[in-house]
Design a protein around this ligand. Sequence first.
Ligand code: PMV
Length: 328
Amino acid sequence: MKCLHKMIEVTVVSPANIAFIKFWGKKNPKLNIPFNDSISMNLSGCTTTTTVQFSDKLKSDKIIVNGKEVGGLGNDRVKLILNEIRKMAKIKLKAEVNSKNNFPSDAGIASSASGFSALALAGSVAAGLKLSEKELSILARHGSGSACRSIPDGFTYWREGTNNSSSFAFSIAPPEFWDIRDLVTVVSKEKKKSGSTEGHGAATTSPYFWLRIKNLSRRIKILKSAILKKDFDTFGQNLEEEAVDLHVMAMTSHPPIFYWNSGTMDVIHAVIKMREEGMACFFTMDAGPNVHVICRGIDESKIKKVLEKLPGTIFVISNKPAKGARII
Ligand code: PMV
């Protein structure tokens, strides 16, 4: 870590990511340290743009998200990151944070991942710090676990680690490595009733939680090697099984959480039908009703047309693998 002590306004674009192996449950909730490793891909079409400036003219931190000043939990987590940055940079100045998503927030498209990774990079550079990729990933993780995977490029791997400094994400392949798509099929734009924080808290109450952990290292190995070998069918089958496992855990925890709606089921059935007809595509969802349909680049337009015609579909966002957080 280097500190240049020069306050500037910094704007960063950072991607959301889709988890192929999910983070579900925290062994250290305060530090967002997970029970298991996870794997994801950064999304080119779902980004947050964040501008941060520290200033002696501000009496308190000002946080604007999608044009509105925010308070509550979101605000507390932003302040937590800003406080860490101030501590590292040895400054006391308050900050103005202006953040905008180009996709619906809080609907299972990981707006917290793009948001906190953008904040970690923009805030640290605005405070004159020069953090390494690993240090940025750790800082972003403090805002939201999955945010640590939006710092490195392309396909990323978050090693659970045992303490604060050993739990961070790194790239296993750059964005151009594999021409695949994530067609995010949006079936709800509403703010979800239960956030992922609630889900993580209840995770270990599911009778399937420890069974999943027991079997997970094998699935992680298979899925990682399928990415590196570009074995689309093995990759797809494992990411789909993993998505179903996540939602089984959510539905069987105390209290249970049901993230899906009827539109979600329509997309699942359509994906299965397309597969029966010979089109390679697979589904996954994070903590929300919207479905991420994973396919090869060459099949994108055919599959997108089918998804757009489903009765519950509001719109479809096409994503290629993308770089991590970057200054613009
Ligand atoms: O980073 P959080 O606390 O928003 O949790 C993310 C949880 C999932 O999106 C369901 C899985 C994941 O690994 O991204």
